[in-house]
Every structure is written in C-alpha cells, then in structure tokens.
Design a protein around this ligand. Structure first.
Ligand code: SME
Length: 172
C-alpha cells in the first residue's frame, strides 16, 4: 500500500504508549456502580451525561470526551466535559486519538511529554487514555480522557472504560 496517510500512520505508531493483553479483571465495586449508572444514562440516550458522570466521579479524569468517526477518515469531537479544546477534528493517524483510530485498541500514554505526536489541549495535561468504541464490529469513535497526573491510568481504568465503551456502542 502506498500513500502518505498509511506511511504517516506507521511512523506515528512508534511513540511511547502502553497496551495490555486482552482479558478483564473483576471491576472494583465503585466502578460496577458507575457502569450501572452509565447503562441508565445511555438508556436515556445521553452520551453527554455519561461524559459528565465520568468527569465528576473520577478525580484523575480531568477532561472526558467522545470523538466520533467522520467518513473522511477523521475524528470529530462530540460531547465533552472539561476545558475547551482546539482539537475538534483529528485526522486518523494524528495524535494519540488518531493512533487509537488506526490501531483500534486502547492506548495509554503515561507521559504525554514523551509522545512527539501528542496533540496538546492544555499544558496541564500529563497523561491520556483513548478507548475505541465499536458498533456491530465497526469502529465508530473513541472515549478520550486526559489527566493532570502522570501515569494516571491503570488496567482498572482500561477495563472500566472498555465496559463503558461497550455500553455506548450498543446504544448509540
Ligand atoms: N491529546 C489528543 C487530542 C485531543 S485532546 O486530548 C482533547 C491527541 O493527542 O490526540
């Protein structure tokens, strides 16, 4: 395959990030409760309220948003809670979100300063997690969360957010 998009994406896959083997741990009680709340909110069709819930209940989730896939191979910002961002559209293959779109798996960046291709929204952000959302097996968007703490996200966050993403994907 030739073309700048593909070549560019491969180059960008090399920045420092973490991924985990498949399989989930049993979620903590606090997260089980939040999952129930997410199911209720998505039952009412409120993705915005899901972002709000996560933003309010997790002290290390300083920015919580959802990007949705646009047919032109880019992500477009949907509902979010946290500071305003200039990154309302992100081409596939750019930034942490664009990497998530190419790999279609959860990406954790422990220290955004070490990720050359990271697209900064605020100098306060230190780490980031991006979780893909699929609907009937098709990649339709991502949950994106920024933290003001270094190394803020662990496997519990990954498993919790992948469950949240599963619920969103079923309802959206
Ligand atoms: N940091 C992201 C851009 C989106 S903001 O975090 C809201 C990235 O590198 O793709």
């Amino acid at each position: 395959m030739t073309g700048s998009f593909f070549e560019g994406s491969i180059r960008k896959l090399f920045f420092e990030h973490r991924s985990f083997p498949a399989g989930r741990v049993k979620l903590k009680e606090e997260n089980v409760k939040l999952i129930k709340k997410v199911e209720e909110l998505m039952g009412q069709g409120s993705l915005d309220d899901v972002c709000k819930l996560l933003h309010e209940h997790k002290s290390h989730y300083d920015w919580v948003g959802v990007y949705l896939v646009h047919p032109d191979d880019k992500l477009v910002l949907g509902p979010y809670h946290g500071e305003k961002t200039i990154h309302t559209e992100i081409p596939f293959g750019e930034g942490v979100c664009g990497l998530g779109a190419v790999e279609q798996k959860t990406i954790i960046v422990d220290d955004v300063c070490k990720a050359d291709e990271y697209l900064s929204c605020s100098p306060k952000v230190k780490s980031e997690i991006v979780v893909p959302i699929t609907k009937n097996g098709e990649f339709i968007g991502e949950i994106d969360i920024d933290s003001h703490r270094l190394n803020a996200f662990d496997k519990e966050d990954k498993d919790f957010l992948e469950k949240v993403s599963e619920i969103i994907g079923k309802v959206i």
